[in-house]
Design a protein around this ligand. Structure first.
Ligand code: IPM
Ligand code: MG
Length: 360
């Protein structure tokens, strides 16, 4: 059967890491007898250069026509890139937020997992790491501060900036359900993270999450304040299974969680709507400082492609094979610069892709 996929190479290291993920997907096709067709879409800086805007209706329409989208990364160096001379709504990041909203990708899954081979890269002490940890951050992606009304005004000669944090109960309910569904397939624990000691939106969040929890009696629910969660992630990351949280808290906590796994270059993500459709991208950014130098770690993108196989194409066996291939290559001691440690073999972006494809 033929599957229509879209690729967004994007900016910075995006094109080179997407190229390696495609190599791995081509190998999956060869081995399991699938056919994938790819449409390349423009987003972010690449779209600004070609069309003057970071997201076009054409990109949204073509994404909708495909079963899933695999993305590299968007954005450039804010200090030097001309993209950042544009007004905020025309910059690369606005394209990413725009496509998330246009495709209604409200559920962002960010797994943070410590590979035993990468223990040396983990900044935490051995007794904290123990047997490792494995958590899933469920971040709400189309609401909250990111999409509330914002403006900068001047009152009596004083500049004032306003961002608004809004959530309605339906937005909270649908992400909470996703969180509990995922927990049912994992260790059946949800930690809902909020700031209910201060924010109304968090108090509503907590109430709705508790209602949803009634439908999942097997899942243990706990609430945690976001400041405490930031601390617990480095104090005892093993305690977490699913972390369920709103957009801004999820943005911050997922970077923190990725750092405790050793390298942000390892972390994949999936952004899903109510259907099987999803946009898959590494959790890291476009690293313009190393773009085009064959130094980037393509593993997060390759693992994002594995998530795409699993969640959008129902190809569990194929997804398992990609994940196992990544582990096998790490076990053999191959490393890109970001995860390099003594006694390992340093490889570039393309060779890492070749090695993983060859393990499938
Ligand atoms: C992320 C990124 C984006 C976000 C930026 C690039 C707008 O940090 O995907 O985590 O804040 O959502
Ligand atoms: Mg982020």
């Amino acid at each position: 059967m033929e599957h229509k996929l879209a690729l967004i190479p994007g900016d910075g290291i995006g094109p080179e890491i997407v190229r390696e993920a495609r190599k791995v997907l081509d190998r999956v096709c060869e081995k399991y007898g699938h056919t994938f067709t790819y449409t390349e879409l423009l987003l972010g800086g690449a779209s600004i250069d070609a069309n003057g805007v970071p997201l076009t209706e054409e990109t949204v329409a073509l994404a909708k026509e495909s079963e899933a989208v695999l993305m590299g990364s968007i954005g450039g160096d804010a200090a030097t890139s001309p993209w950042y001379k544009l007004e905020p709504s025309k910059r690369p990041e606005a394209g990413l937020l725009g496509i998330r909203k246009a495709l209604n990708l409200f559920a962002n899954l960010r797994p943070a997992y410590l590979y035993k081979e990468l223990k040396a890269a983990c900044p935490l002490r051995d007794e904290i790491i123990g047997d490792g940890f494995d958590m899933m951050i469920m971040r709400e992606l189309t609401g909250g501060l990111y999409f509330g009304e914002r403006k900068t005004i001047e009152e009596n000669g004083v500049k004032k900036a306003i961002d608004t944090l809004t959530y309605d109960e339906n937005e909270i309910r649908r992400i909470a359900k996703r969180g509990f569904d995922i927990a049912m397939k994992r260790r059946k624990k949800v930690t809902s993270v909020d700031k209910a000691n201060v924010l109304d939106s968090s108090r509503l969040w907590r109430k709705v999450v508790e209602e949803v929890a009634q439908e999942y009696p097997e899942v243990t629910l706990e609430h945690m304040l976001v400041d405490n969660c930031a601390m617990q992630l480095v104090k005892d990351p093993k305690q977490f299974d699913v972390i369920l949280t709103e957009n801004m808290f999820g943005d911050i906590l997922s970077d923190e969680a990725s750092m405790v796994t050793g390298s942000i270059g390892m972390l994949s993500s999936a952004s899903l709507n109510e259907t099987k459709f999803g946009l898959y991208e590494p959790s890291h950014g476009s690293a313009p400082d190393i773009a085009g130098q064959d130094k980037a770690n393509p593993i997060a993108t390759i693992l994002s492609a594995a998530m795409m196989l699993r969640y959008s194409l129902d190809m569990d066996q194929e997804a398992d094979a990609v994940e196992a291939a990544v582990s096998a290559v790490l076990e053999k001691g191959y490393r890109t610069g970001d995860i390099m440690s003594e006694g390992c073999t340093l490889v570039g972006t393309a060779q890492m892709g070749d090695l993983i494809a060859a393990e499938i």
